[in-house]
Design a protein. Structure first.
Length: 338
Protein backbone atom coordinates (compact mmCIF):
# COMPACT_ATOMS: atom_id res chain seq x y z
CA UNK A 1 0.00 0.00 0.00
CA UNK A 2 1.00 3.61 -0.62
CA UNK A 3 -0.44 5.68 2.23
CA UNK A 4 -0.48 9.42 2.93
CA UNK A 5 -0.17 10.84 6.46
CA UNK A 6 -1.99 13.83 7.94
CA UNK A 7 1.16 15.95 7.74
CA UNK A 8 1.76 15.25 4.04
CA UNK A 9 4.32 12.45 4.22
CA UNK A 10 3.80 9.38 2.03
CA UNK A 11 4.79 5.84 3.03
CA UNK A 12 5.23 2.51 1.30
CA UNK A 13 3.82 -0.33 3.43
CA UNK A 14 5.07 -3.59 1.95
CA UNK A 15 2.92 -6.72 1.86
CA UNK A 16 5.30 -9.39 3.13
CA UNK A 17 3.38 -12.17 1.40
CA UNK A 18 2.57 -13.81 4.72
CA UNK A 19 -0.86 -14.30 6.24
CA UNK A 20 -1.75 -14.43 9.91
CA UNK A 21 -5.18 -15.87 10.68
CA UNK A 22 -6.11 -15.09 7.08
CA UNK A 23 -5.03 -11.44 7.37
CA UNK A 24 -2.12 -10.04 5.30
CA UNK A 25 1.02 -9.16 7.24
CA UNK A 26 2.63 -5.83 6.34
CA UNK A 27 6.12 -4.50 7.04
CA UNK A 28 6.82 -1.33 9.00
CA UNK A 29 6.02 1.80 6.91
CA UNK A 30 8.97 3.24 4.98
CA UNK A 31 8.62 6.89 4.06
CA UNK A 32 9.49 8.20 0.62
CA UNK A 33 12.19 10.86 0.65
CA UNK A 34 12.97 13.70 -1.67
CA UNK A 35 15.81 16.14 -2.09
CA UNK A 36 16.10 18.17 1.11
CA UNK A 37 14.51 21.61 1.20
CA UNK A 38 12.65 23.03 4.22
CA UNK A 39 12.79 21.67 7.77
CA UNK A 40 9.62 19.77 8.62
CA UNK A 41 8.73 17.53 11.55
CA UNK A 42 5.09 16.55 11.40
CA UNK A 43 1.84 18.40 11.98
CA UNK A 44 1.59 20.91 14.85
CA UNK A 45 5.35 20.83 15.27
CA UNK A 46 6.53 22.17 18.66
CA UNK A 47 10.16 23.34 18.26
CA UNK A 48 12.60 24.39 20.98
CA UNK A 49 15.81 26.20 20.07
CA UNK A 50 18.70 24.72 22.08
CA UNK A 51 22.30 23.53 21.63
CA UNK A 52 21.37 19.88 22.10
CA UNK A 53 24.66 18.35 20.91
CA UNK A 54 26.90 20.88 22.68
CA UNK A 55 28.79 22.01 19.58
CA UNK A 56 28.18 25.73 20.10
CA UNK A 57 25.22 26.39 17.81
CA UNK A 58 21.50 26.16 18.48
CA UNK A 59 19.71 23.11 17.15
CA UNK A 60 16.01 22.26 17.24
CA UNK A 61 14.33 19.66 19.44
CA UNK A 62 10.70 19.17 18.42
CA UNK A 63 7.49 17.34 19.21
CA UNK A 64 4.54 16.69 16.88
CA UNK A 65 1.05 15.20 16.59
CA UNK A 66 2.47 11.70 16.17
CA UNK A 67 3.87 11.81 19.71
CA UNK A 68 7.50 11.74 18.61
CA UNK A 69 10.48 13.82 19.71
CA UNK A 70 13.01 14.75 17.04
CA UNK A 71 16.48 16.30 17.03
CA UNK A 72 17.24 18.52 14.03
CA UNK A 73 20.96 19.25 14.03
CA UNK A 74 22.29 22.66 13.05
CA UNK A 75 25.14 21.91 10.63
CA UNK A 76 26.45 25.47 10.64
CA UNK A 77 25.99 28.49 8.45
CA UNK A 78 25.52 31.20 11.06
CA UNK A 79 22.38 33.22 10.51
CA UNK A 80 21.24 30.91 7.68
CA UNK A 81 21.92 27.44 9.09
CA UNK A 82 22.05 24.20 7.15
CA UNK A 83 20.15 21.33 8.73
CA UNK A 84 20.46 17.59 9.05
CA UNK A 85 17.39 15.45 8.53
CA UNK A 86 15.30 15.10 11.72
CA UNK A 87 16.48 12.25 13.93
CA UNK A 88 13.96 10.50 16.18
CA UNK A 89 15.12 10.41 19.79
CA UNK A 90 15.10 7.24 21.86
CA UNK A 91 14.62 6.70 25.59
CA UNK A 92 15.89 3.56 27.28
CA UNK A 93 16.82 2.29 23.83
CA UNK A 94 13.33 2.65 22.32
CA UNK A 95 12.11 5.34 19.93
CA UNK A 96 9.94 7.80 21.83
CA UNK A 97 6.34 7.55 20.69
CA UNK A 98 3.58 8.81 22.99
CA UNK A 99 0.12 7.65 21.90
CA UNK A 100 -3.39 7.96 23.29
CA UNK A 101 -4.43 4.38 22.70
CA UNK A 102 -8.16 3.60 22.89
CA UNK A 103 -8.94 5.93 25.82
CA UNK A 104 -6.17 8.52 26.21
CA UNK A 105 -7.67 11.30 24.08
CA UNK A 106 -10.54 13.42 25.35
CA UNK A 107 -11.66 13.55 21.71
CA UNK A 108 -12.24 9.82 21.56
CA UNK A 109 -10.70 6.61 20.16
CA UNK A 110 -10.32 8.09 16.67
CA UNK A 111 -7.17 9.73 18.06
CA UNK A 112 -5.65 6.45 19.28
CA UNK A 113 -2.45 7.05 17.30
CA UNK A 114 -2.09 10.72 18.20
CA UNK A 115 0.42 11.95 20.80
CA UNK A 116 0.73 15.76 20.61
CA UNK A 117 4.15 15.99 22.26
CA UNK A 118 5.07 19.45 23.54
CA UNK A 119 8.34 19.96 25.32
CA UNK A 120 10.96 21.99 27.11
CA UNK A 121 14.71 21.36 27.16
CA UNK A 122 16.66 22.28 30.31
CA UNK A 123 18.77 20.79 33.09
CA UNK A 124 15.92 19.57 35.31
CA UNK A 125 18.00 17.58 37.81
CA UNK A 126 20.90 20.09 37.86
CA UNK A 127 23.57 17.56 36.92
CA UNK A 128 25.00 19.70 34.11
CA UNK A 129 23.17 17.92 31.27
CA UNK A 130 20.13 19.04 29.27
CA UNK A 131 17.03 16.95 29.95
CA UNK A 132 13.67 16.94 28.15
CA UNK A 133 10.33 17.60 29.83
CA UNK A 134 7.12 16.80 27.96
CA UNK A 135 3.38 17.15 27.98
CA UNK A 136 1.20 15.21 25.56
CA UNK A 137 -2.27 14.08 24.61
CA UNK A 138 -2.57 12.61 28.12
CA UNK A 139 -1.81 15.82 30.02
CA UNK A 140 0.70 13.87 32.11
CA UNK A 141 3.95 15.81 32.69
CA UNK A 142 7.05 13.62 32.32
CA UNK A 143 10.77 14.09 31.89
CA UNK A 144 13.57 12.19 30.18
CA UNK A 145 16.88 12.30 32.03
CA UNK A 146 20.00 12.90 29.96
CA UNK A 147 22.46 10.08 30.70
CA UNK A 148 25.27 11.61 28.65
CA UNK A 149 27.21 9.99 25.86
CA UNK A 150 27.54 10.80 22.19
CA UNK A 151 24.99 10.58 20.80
CA UNK A 152 23.08 11.51 23.95
CA UNK A 153 21.31 8.67 25.72
CA UNK A 154 17.99 9.32 27.47
CA UNK A 155 16.46 7.38 30.34
CA UNK A 156 12.87 6.18 30.15
CA UNK A 157 10.19 8.75 30.93
CA UNK A 158 9.60 9.53 34.60
CA UNK A 159 6.69 11.50 36.07
CA UNK A 160 7.35 15.04 37.28
CA UNK A 161 6.79 14.82 41.03
CA UNK A 162 4.97 17.54 43.01
CA UNK A 163 4.78 17.81 46.80
CA UNK A 164 1.00 18.09 46.89
CA UNK A 165 -0.58 19.08 50.21
CA UNK A 166 -3.86 17.43 49.20
CA UNK A 167 -5.02 14.91 46.57
CA UNK A 168 -3.43 15.88 43.23
CA UNK A 169 -5.73 17.98 41.03
CA UNK A 170 -6.72 17.03 37.51
CA UNK A 171 -8.95 18.42 34.74
CA UNK A 172 -12.59 17.82 35.70
CA UNK A 173 -13.24 15.77 32.53
CA UNK A 174 -10.39 13.29 33.03
CA UNK A 175 -11.73 9.78 33.59
CA UNK A 176 -8.47 8.64 35.23
CA UNK A 177 -6.82 9.85 38.42
CA UNK A 178 -3.18 10.87 38.79
CA UNK A 179 -0.87 9.09 41.20
CA UNK A 180 -0.36 10.65 44.62
CA UNK A 181 2.53 12.91 43.60
CA UNK A 182 1.95 13.14 39.85
CA UNK A 183 1.48 16.37 37.85
CA UNK A 184 -1.48 16.12 35.46
CA UNK A 185 -2.87 19.16 33.70
CA UNK A 186 -4.55 20.20 30.47
CA UNK A 187 -3.38 18.44 27.33
CA UNK A 188 -1.35 19.95 24.49
CA UNK A 189 0.25 22.68 26.62
CA UNK A 190 3.96 23.33 26.88
CA UNK A 191 5.78 22.84 30.19
CA UNK A 192 8.33 25.67 30.38
CA UNK A 193 11.38 25.01 32.55
CA UNK A 194 12.87 28.32 33.68
CA UNK A 195 14.53 29.74 36.79
CA UNK A 196 11.85 32.39 37.11
CA UNK A 197 12.67 33.55 40.64
CA UNK A 198 16.43 33.52 39.91
CA UNK A 199 17.37 31.44 42.93
CA UNK A 200 19.56 29.09 40.91
CA UNK A 201 16.94 26.33 40.68
CA UNK A 202 14.88 25.59 37.59
CA UNK A 203 11.16 26.05 38.17
CA UNK A 204 8.22 25.00 36.00
CA UNK A 205 5.70 27.37 34.39
CA UNK A 206 2.64 26.05 32.58
CA UNK A 207 -1.16 25.94 32.56
CA UNK A 208 -2.68 24.23 35.56
CA UNK A 209 -5.66 21.86 35.52
CA UNK A 210 -8.12 24.76 35.23
CA UNK A 211 -6.27 26.62 32.48
CA UNK A 212 -4.55 29.26 34.65
CA UNK A 213 -0.92 30.08 34.03
CA UNK A 214 0.92 28.89 37.13
CA UNK A 215 4.40 28.80 38.63
CA UNK A 216 5.55 25.55 40.22
CA UNK A 217 8.47 26.61 42.41
CA UNK A 218 11.53 24.50 43.08
CA UNK A 219 13.18 24.21 46.49
CA UNK A 220 16.30 22.37 47.58
CA UNK A 221 16.09 20.35 50.79
CA UNK A 222 18.83 18.37 52.50
CA UNK A 223 18.24 15.28 50.40
CA UNK A 224 16.61 16.31 47.13
CA UNK A 225 14.87 18.91 45.00
CA UNK A 226 11.21 19.56 45.76
CA UNK A 227 8.61 20.93 43.33
CA UNK A 228 5.78 22.80 45.05
CA UNK A 229 2.15 23.06 43.87
CA UNK A 230 1.35 25.68 41.26
CA UNK A 231 0.81 29.32 42.21
CA UNK A 232 -1.33 31.58 40.02
CA UNK A 233 1.06 34.52 40.24
CA UNK A 234 0.65 35.68 36.62
CA UNK A 235 -1.93 38.44 36.11
CA UNK A 236 -3.13 41.07 33.70
CA UNK A 237 -2.42 44.75 34.37
CA UNK A 238 -5.44 44.89 36.71
CA UNK A 239 -4.23 42.01 38.83
CA UNK A 240 -6.61 39.36 37.49
CA UNK A 241 -5.06 35.89 37.13
CA UNK A 242 -4.25 34.84 33.57
CA UNK A 243 -6.63 32.06 32.61
CA UNK A 244 -5.48 31.28 29.10
CA UNK A 245 -8.05 28.59 28.47
CA UNK A 246 -11.36 28.31 30.31
CA UNK A 247 -12.78 25.78 27.84
CA UNK A 248 -13.51 22.17 28.68
CA UNK A 249 -12.61 18.74 27.34
CA UNK A 250 -11.32 18.79 23.74
CA UNK A 251 -11.22 22.59 23.63
CA UNK A 252 -9.02 22.80 26.73
CA UNK A 253 -5.25 23.24 26.75
CA UNK A 254 -3.72 23.97 23.35
CA UNK A 255 -1.40 26.67 24.72
CA UNK A 256 2.24 26.89 23.64
CA UNK A 257 4.48 29.67 24.90
CA UNK A 258 8.01 30.79 25.54
CA UNK A 259 9.70 33.48 27.62
CA UNK A 260 12.03 36.19 26.35
CA UNK A 261 12.82 39.88 26.78
CA UNK A 262 11.36 40.90 23.44
CA UNK A 263 11.41 44.70 23.96
CA UNK A 264 14.79 44.58 25.72
CA UNK A 265 13.67 46.47 28.82
CA UNK A 266 15.21 43.96 31.21
CA UNK A 267 11.92 42.21 32.03
CA UNK A 268 10.98 38.81 30.69
CA UNK A 269 7.99 38.86 28.30
CA UNK A 270 5.81 36.04 26.99
CA UNK A 271 5.22 34.88 23.43
CA UNK A 272 1.97 32.91 23.12
CA UNK A 273 0.51 30.77 20.36
CA UNK A 274 -2.37 31.87 18.16
CA UNK A 275 -3.07 32.14 14.45
CA UNK A 276 0.50 33.39 14.38
CA UNK A 277 1.94 34.33 17.80
CA UNK A 278 0.91 37.05 20.27
CA UNK A 279 3.24 39.31 22.24
CA UNK A 280 2.46 39.58 25.95
CA UNK A 281 4.50 42.46 27.36
CA UNK A 282 5.71 42.33 30.94
CA UNK A 283 4.04 45.36 32.59
CA UNK A 284 4.82 44.40 36.18
CA UNK A 285 4.60 46.89 39.03
CA UNK A 286 5.13 46.72 42.77
CA UNK A 287 1.43 45.93 43.19
CA UNK A 288 1.34 43.37 40.38
CA UNK A 289 4.83 41.83 40.18
CA UNK A 290 4.04 39.36 37.35
CA UNK A 291 1.62 41.30 35.17
CA UNK A 292 1.39 40.95 31.39
CA UNK A 293 -0.55 42.82 28.70
CA UNK A 294 -1.48 41.33 25.33
CA UNK A 295 -0.08 43.59 22.60
CA UNK A 296 -1.59 41.47 19.84
CA UNK A 297 -0.24 39.38 16.96
CA UNK A 298 3.41 39.76 16.02
CA UNK A 299 2.59 39.10 12.36
CA UNK A 300 -0.48 39.15 10.13
CA UNK A 301 0.63 35.93 8.43
CA UNK A 302 -1.83 33.22 9.47
CA UNK A 303 -0.01 29.99 10.29
CA UNK A 304 -2.67 27.91 12.03
CA UNK A 305 -6.30 27.01 12.36
CA UNK A 306 -5.62 25.15 15.60
CA UNK A 307 -2.45 26.48 17.18
CA UNK A 308 1.19 27.43 16.68
CA UNK A 309 4.24 26.89 18.90
CA UNK A 310 6.87 29.63 19.45
CA UNK A 311 10.51 29.40 20.50
CA UNK A 312 13.52 31.71 20.23
CA UNK A 313 17.02 31.38 18.75
CA UNK A 314 20.13 33.51 18.30
CA UNK A 315 21.84 31.98 15.29
CA UNK A 316 23.97 35.01 14.44
CA UNK A 317 25.23 35.39 18.02
CA UNK A 318 24.38 39.08 18.33
CA UNK A 319 22.58 38.63 21.65
CA UNK A 320 19.16 39.37 20.15
CA UNK A 321 16.70 36.47 20.19
CA UNK A 322 14.59 35.84 17.11
CA UNK A 323 11.28 34.01 17.09
CA UNK A 324 10.65 30.69 15.37
CA UNK A 325 7.09 29.46 15.02
CA UNK A 326 6.14 25.82 14.61
CA UNK A 327 2.99 25.62 12.53
CA UNK A 328 0.13 23.27 11.81
CA UNK A 329 1.62 22.27 8.46
CA UNK A 330 4.75 20.87 10.12
CA UNK A 331 7.05 23.62 8.87
CA UNK A 332 8.95 26.07 11.09
CA UNK A 333 8.73 29.78 10.30
CA UNK A 334 11.15 32.54 11.25
CA UNK A 335 10.05 35.93 12.56
CA UNK A 336 13.04 38.32 12.66
CA UNK A 337 12.97 41.22 15.15
CA UNK A 338 11.47 44.45 13.87
Amino acid sequence: MIVGDEDGRVAWIEHTGALRDGVPVFAVPRYFQQQAQDVKFGALVTPVGVDWDGDGDEDLVCGNTAGQIGFVENLGGGNQPRWAAPHLLKADGRTIRVAAGPNGSIQGPAEAKWGYTSLSVADWDHDGRLDIMTNSIWGRIEWYRNLGGHPIRLAAANPVVVEWKSPPPKPAWNWWNPASNELVTQWRTRPVVIDLDRDGLNDLVMLDHEGYLALFRREKTENHLVLHPGERIFTDSEGQPLQWNANRAGKSGRRQMCFGDWNRDGKVDLILDGRNVDYWENVSTADHPWAFANRGPMSDHRLAGHTTSPTTVDWDGDGVREILVGAEDGFIYRLPPQ
